[in-house]
Design a protein. Structure first.
Length: 679
């Protein structure tokens, strides 16, 4: 008896013999272990057959069966085929992206955020009822539809989602509800468990192997009809998937940043097109929601490709917060006198305060007072960030230097490695703000929530519970704290250094700064009148000004007009190819050869011509990536700009064929379709 085994990185399965001792254990769509290029590798069994034609190579035996029951279903096989076509990846990579890594390691139970005892589902407001009826009217037609729910912060988008979830569950469909951060899963988990009991399953990347596999199998066996999770939950083995909710759809967390660079929103759309509509029921629907939608989604909504729904009033009836933009100079320090006075005012009133600074650590970096050289990572072309340690309160230069790209860390040197001069910390991060709080506001309970503190799920849940209960009065954090939390006691949000990110070499820089600023501001005054203080050195910048006056559509239309003129998404699609090698010459050379090949095979569109045709595409590069070196690998990139999807996929296949022969242990090549950044 023989089996066809598909391995990661492969498009076609390989034939193996099933030894007699394993025949009773073998099942289709289970993982097995076998030798591949003299190494033990895990593959997926995709076909069984009794006989095998003569081959010119030796057929090896399967070594071990890993799963006792199938680990994927037929719908996932079909989805993998679609992913392969859409993401220029192998079938093996697509399938193994879906499979949780089963292990025998112990797992830590998630600590869920306990809801306020008074928390309950509000009755639907008239504007919410209208949105629901409008969506139900569309889905009564027999075709997959995409909806953009654009609602200001606090407008009750979650209430609309939950009503739609109920409709689809009652119709016999399964439902997927995606949020961008694990902290939001923890925040919603108890409420969802109370509403949907044992019909819900939780999936996110922070779960340890055994627990994740347990939840995955529960879904596969039909024991859960609703899945709440982060990006990776888009691959949950749900059958009859009828509704996908993507909350905070603008968030970059929905884009995978390793392996094949999938976008969860697009995978959800592909999945829904594989669902057969149930007789006399709603058709499958993708609902994207945000107060600050991605400009691409907004464009598709106003151009009619998406159905556009709006919620323009807060569900509680409270007006949006008053925004203050005081005169600010960096010499004032991270907390200006105006902001300090506002914090004191709100604390005296018994309210809570959020302070957003979108930079973790204590200081941006350290430089020499004498030669002005900065301390850089030895493996990456980036500055090291200074992090204070628990024993560093007495000495401002005691702590560690961390690289946020390769995780390298080292002690702070006593002097400049170059000239021996004294070092000083420059810039500020969340740790520095945390240090200032007890000095400015003695005896006030506070906490910090960023990527460093958020790694501990129990600590994260404790902080969020403390904010909901009112026990914590000041919360300092990065963009994590701007995402979807409803904290009733918060009446003041201070945004420190709102300019962070404006200088990034990225056509989406203004969009991101606006989104972070607006989302953070939206945490204030959701249940009682609130205020927002924006500290900025560039109040005239279009993104900052739009956030100040709450003009999303004005900024979106302005940025879209620039993108139309330059041919950037949504008016084109991009492929970014990054070559990384320990040899700078090799990384650049492979892309030069690729560009030469593409120029020979295609009539390339002139970058400066105004006559863009659907069959044309542009080549930008090769050039050093903005971050030229990471983990000792030099990085070069090429960006291809396409104005026709068919042309994109045709060229993509040619790129794959060329690059497949060039990869080696010393040369890594990544293909990013629809990149969200170009660093």
């Amino acid at each position: 008896m023989f089996a066809e085994i598909l391995f990661p990185g492969h498009n076609l399965p390989l034939t193996y013999r099933i030894p007699e001792k394993l025949r009773k254990q073998i099942l289709l769509y289970t993982r097995v272990q076998a030798l591949l290029k003299e190494k033990k590798e895990t593959g997926l069994l995709v076909r069984l057959h009794e006989t095998q034609e003569n081959t010119s190579y030796q057929i090896l035996d399967i070594l071990r069966v890993i799963d006792k029951s199938p680990i994927i279903n037929s719908t996932q096989i079909r989805l993998a085929e679609k992913i392969k076509e859409n993401y220029l990846c192998t079938l093996g990579d697509a399938l193994f992206q879906m499979i949780p890594s089963g292990s025998r390691e112990t797992f830590i139970e998630d600590k869920w955020v306990q809801p306020d005892s008074s928390e309950q589902l509000f009755s639907l407001k008239p504007n919410q009822q209208k949105v629901i009826q409008d969506i139900l009217e569309v889905v009564s037609k027999k075709s997959v539809s995409t909806h953009l729910l654009q609602g200001i912060t606090g407008s009750g988008k979650t209430r609309v989602y939950l009503e739609l979830v109920n409709y689809y569950l009652e119709a016999g469909y399964t439902v997927l509800y995606l949020v961008p951060e694990i902290s939001l899963v923890l925040n919603f988990a108890v409420q969802f468990k109370n509403l949907f009991q044992d019909r819900i399953s939780i999936l996110h990347s922070g779960m340890k192997g055994s627990k994740k596999l347990e939840e995955y199998r529960k879904i596969m066996h039909g024991q859960a009809q609703l899945v709440l999770g982060t990006r990776s939950a888009v691959f949950a083995p749900l059958e009859n998937l009828g509704l996908v909710i993507v909350d905070e759809e603008h968030d970059s967390s929905y884009k995978e940043k390793s392996g094949f660079y999938y976008q969860a929103k697009r995978i959800a759309w592909l999945r829904l097109h594989l669902t057969e509509p149930l007789a006399d029921q709603y058709s499958p629907a993708l609902v994207l929601g945000s107060a600050t939608p991605s400009f691409e989604s907004y464009h598709f909504a106003i151009s009619g490709k998406f159905h556009h729904h709006k919620l323009l009033e807060r569900a509680t009836g409270i007006h949006e917060s008053i925004v203050h933009v005081p005169e600010y100079d960096s010499a004032m320090g991270p907390i200006s006198p105006f902001l300090k006075a506002k914090i004191e005012e709100h604390l005296r009133a018994g309210s809570q305060v959020i302070l957003l600074l979108n930079r973790r650590g204590y200081a941006n970096t350290m430089i020499c007072k004498n030669c002005h050289a900065g301390l850089q990572c030895k493996r990456c072309a980036v500055s090291l960030t200074f992090h204070k340690t628990s024993d560093s309160n007495l000495n401002p230069v005691t702590g560690i230097l961390k690289c946020h790209y390769c995780d390298h860390s080292e002690p702070v040197p006593t002097s400049c490695p170059g000239c021996g001069g004294k070092l000083k910390a420059i810039g500020q991060g969340t740790q520095k703000i945390e240090e200032l709080i007890p000095r400015f506001f003695p005896n006030i309970p506070f906490a910090r929530l960023d990527q460093d503190t958020g790694r501990d799920r129990e600590q994260m849940a404790s902080i969020l519970t403390g904010m909901k209960s009112g026990e914590i009065k000041i919360l300092v954090g990065t963009q994590m704290i701007a995402k979807g939390f409803d904290l009733p006691g918060v009446t003041l949000v201070g945004i420190l250094n709102a300019d962070t990110g404006l200088s990034m070499p990225d056509f989406r820089a203004n969009e991101r700064v606006f989104q972070i600023t607006s989302q953070a501001a939206g945490r204030s005054g959701r249940h009682k009148n609130g205020e927002v203080v924006i500290q900025t050195l560039q109040p005239e910048n279009p993104a900052i000004n739009a956030a100040i006056v709450n003009d999303y559509e004005g900024l979106a239309n302005f940025e879209l007009s620039l993108r139309r003129a330059m041919g950037y998404p949504p008016f084109s699609r991009l492929i970014r190819i990054v070559a990384q090698s320990v040899s700078q010459f090799e990384a650049e050379s492979v892309l030069e050869h690729l560009v030469k090949l593409l120029n020979e095979q295609h009539s390339q569109h002139d970058l400066f011509s105004e006559q863009k045709t659907e069959t044309s595409f542009e080549i930008l590069g090769p050039a050093p990536a903005p971050i030229e070196r990471i983990k000792d690998f030099y990085r070069f990139h090429v960006i291809l700009k396409f104005f026709n999807s068919a042309k994109l996929h045709e060229t993509g296949q040619q790129i794959q064929s060329f690059l497949r022969t060039r990869k080696s242990s010393q040369l890594k090549i990544e293909i990013d379709l629809d990149p969200l950044d170009i660093l």
